[in-house]
Design a protein around this ligand. Sequence first.
Ligand code: NI
Ligand code: MN
Length: 224
Amino acid sequence: MKLTYLGHSALLIEEGSFKGLVDPYISGNPLSKINVDDLVGITHIFVTHGHGDHLGDTIDIARRNQALVITNYEISNYLSKFKVKTHAMHIGGRTKFDFGTVKMTNALHGSGISERDSMIYGGNPGGFVIEVKGKKVYHAGDTGLTYDMKLLEDENIDVAFLPIGGNYTMDIDDAVKACDFIKAKIVVPMHYNTNGIIVADPQIFKNKASSEVVILGINESLLV
Ligand code: NI
Ligand code: MN
């Protein structure tokens, strides 16, 4: 399995014919080094919550690639109005797909979808445990520290992507505690240094964390 960090919380998971994107914030992402049209052959898109830096370019990429969007019921309902193929799930549910299994996990956060002057209800925010060919990736989405993460220990996560930038999510010290709960084989920090509000030094996180931390640069990949 190849995991490529696209900056902020955007992640590309590749395994054989499966090409899954999580939270594809590309065109508006100051850290992004690619364009939306560089993403070809995308089969699935996972959206953790409705905020613009996660929903991102989902509609555009889903349409170009005929990708199936897996997200919560409310965002799924919103996207279906844009003629995007969706599969609605919700927190706690685990579903078998042709590529593997997906479980939606909870996140302590918001999920409203901003549209001009209004905020559309985006259901509860979440995260995903995505299992493909026996390898499990946990993408936490945006979340504060929650003791529920302790339950993820039983999932035997291979790679966990955790936010460390603070302000909207866990900061480094809380993400360090999350590592103790989850006990993933490898942890990759995300959701930091995209702007001046979520500033964090991933090296400090790496030094403090109980898990093996791999710091991925933008467009850098990890093979597991
Ligand atoms: Ni958010
Ligand atoms: Mn965010």
